[in-house]
Design a protein around this ligand. Structure first.
Ligand SMILES: C[S@@+](CC[C@H](N)C(=O)[O-])C[C@H]1O[C@@H](n2cnc3c(N)ncnc32)[C@H](O)[C@@H]1O
Length: 222
């Protein structure tokens, strides 16, 4: 499928899929959205209740690597050890990575950002002293982890273009993959998504969304 790199309103890049008229991030701001939905509402929220060592994060859709990069930068500041698993069926190419401006916009290391992409798939790689990355080239439907992760960043394409990824079947996999009191965050606030999450056992809250989006969802495994 054709992919184009475009600039969002906060000056950070994202990828656009013309065939689906779908973006990898909010057009209001890729970095702004990632910070709000995944870092503040997921990562920072989770740290208030638990601080396991290492903190295990599962990302649904590794894509541009933006969420892993920001998590790495923030975990370094907080001196927290992270084991980060990114699942992705359609990895982006190195020439696409080179066109992303996240290191520039975040005033952070380009070498580290590139390393997130150049490390081998299906193995554990130390990106920095406190950050281990495991990239898995697989479909979300193939995830069968159990009681493992403390946080899930659920960042699939929207329910309008990939409804099969926002079903009870997939959320059941997510629920099982989380450890007790684990947290799942997603940018979607759709009623059908909320109901699918609740039906597999999540306690779900509608919480304020990033600029341009009134609400988002956060589920907790109890
Ligand atoms: C909304 S994008 C977000 C990507 C990433 N979180 C980021 O910040 O760039 C969704 C990602 O899910 C991937 N994807 C789509 N369908 C998939 C599937 N069935 N299994 C695994 N990955 C899939 C896409 O290739 C894309 O990278």
């Amino acid at each position: 499928m054709k992919r184009e790199i475009i600039i969002t309103e906060d000056g950070s890049t994202t990828i656009y899929l013309p065939d689906w008229n779908e973006h990898y991030h909010s057009t209001y701001g890729a970095i702004q959205e990632a910070y709000h939905v995944f870092i503040e509402m997921g990562f920072f929220f989770s740290l208030k209740n638990q601080q396991p060592i290492p903190l295990k994060i599962l990302e649904i859709g590794f894509g541009t690597g933006l969420n892993s990069y920001i998590t790495l930068l923030e975990s370094k500041k907080l001196k927290i050890n992270i084991e980060y698993t990114g699942v992705e069926a359609y990895p982006i190419t190195i020439s696409e990575v080179e066109k992303l401006n996240y290191p520039l916009r975040l005033k952070a290391s380009e070498t580290v950002f590139n390393k997130l992409h150049t490390t081998k798939w299906e193995q554990s790689s130390e990106i920095s002293k406190n950050f281990i990355l495991i990239k898995r080239n697989q479909f979300f439907s193939e995830i069968n982890d159990k009681n493992k992760y403390h946080i899930i960043y659920f960042d699939a394409f929207g329910p309008n273009v990939q409804p099969e990824l926002w079903t009870e079947e997939i959320f059941e996999k997510m629920y099982k993959a989380l450890a007790e009191r684990g947290v799942l965050v997603t940018y979607s606030a759709k009623g059908s998504v909320r109901r699918a999450m609740q039906s597999v056992g999540f306690s779900v809250d509608r919480i304020p969304g990033p600029p341009g989006k009134r609400e988002m969802l956060r589920g907790i495994k109890h």
